[in-house]
Design a protein. Sequence first.
Length: 538
Amino acid sequence: MVLGRHPNCDIVLEVGAVSREHAQLIRSGDNYFLEDLKSRNGTFLNNEAVDGRRKLHEKDQIRICDLVFMFHLGSPEVTIDRPENLEQGTAVGAMLVDDESLGTKSTITSKIDFSAGRTGLLLKVNAETKLKAVLEILQALGRAIALDDVLPKILDGLFTVFVQADRGFVVLKDKDTGKLIPRATKHRRADDEEQIRISRTIINKVMQDKEAILSDDATSDFGTQSIVDYQIHSMMCVPLMSTDGEVLGALQIDTHDLLHRFGEDDLELLASVAIQAAIAVENAQLHEVAVREAAIKRDLDLASKVQRGFLPDKAPDVPDYEFFHYYFPARTIGGDFFDYVCLPDGRVAIVLADVSGKGISAALLVAKLSSEIRLCLLSEPTPEQAMARLNTIFCDARWEDRFVTVVMMILHPRAHEVCIVNAGHMAPLLRHPDGTVEPIAQELSGLPIGVADGIEFEPYTMNMAIGDSLFAYTDGIPDAESIRGEFFGTDRLLAELGGKSFENVQNMGKHIIEQVGRFAGSQAQTDDMCVTLFGRTG
């Protein structure tokens, strides 16, 4: 049976981090095996990475990303229900219990204060075997990168040091929600692995006081239901502190052995390990953040390439006319859009649009816009009807309060006419050969599309004389800000368009972009910039 994200897998795992074909279960005679299929994030058997083929035994745990399965030969004897209050990301079979202390007399025999900072190792134990085991833990932590590698190594090493330990677990605080999440557990005996109940009372006390505690009689000290049920007699719990004094979580080791309780030397040894373990946890968390950010950057880079694929790579070839366009988003992906659509009878539609908002949500609307504009222009007889149909499409409740300003300029090159339909966008600027510049049909600008259904848009038709050029732009041009907090503004744009003569529209367009860049200087771009410009040459 193949496990993976692809619908054809025998067991479909609908999680983005799971590979299309992640792992497989193989039966050979009476034996069953687990094999990783060269997945991106690996397959783990009892928290060990699977390399090649591994034989499965009763109650083995198989982990694929955040999904954990238990293997049974035949029907399982015990069904593990997921408690409703189990936080996301919790280790399987582990849960934090909100049980209050029932004890009356404290028998906590030792404490170590972590609040003053971490000054290094606290080793006072002379036992050669324990010192060797601690060194092995530290070496293992130095090689570990991911949390799933770090935490089991900590517990495995501690069970070697503390032979009387029956249970151990690491609880970490989620950075986003602040919730405590059990991330790793270990049991000495296999029959204890069905479920582990962790007392939130103990964890909260250690993390709030920033003190490591040792209890000779945990039942008397805390008396919580989880401790009473499991018959814990001796326990040690230490906070995990970051380099800047932030509490990352807690580490607890306990036993129900009456004859072999933990001592003060044990607590100092555990505190010593916890100092180094916290460094490893902090580094692993930073590594996870770096991996997530790198994945997001890859996705955004891909999205940017896809979005640029919606835009034309070259201008149309129209006799007696030349074109210029410019597009640059403020972020990796943006909400500005332009396109050239060739229509019947040799007409060409030049479209410029600006989606409200920025980033991914705006980019998704751009993707919708790019296909719908072409459909509307090619299926409706007039540009005003095409705009009305586009408006109806974007009045869908799924887009919530999003709207789009759009200007359509339909060029009829044989008649040298341009029909303009404006939906809430800034009026295009007409530049004459003598350098005079005027906004076109500003009073006919209707509401943006997506605001209200049933709107009628008015067209405006004008003639293009030789040397005339039509400049359309998004608000990233006038809203460009200098380091002094000033805006480029429409007045400055009009002055730059009419202030000098240009050989062609290419020079005109490049001049405007250069002037905006020079004005902004080192100030970061805050809005997407898009320009379309075309003019009659002969």
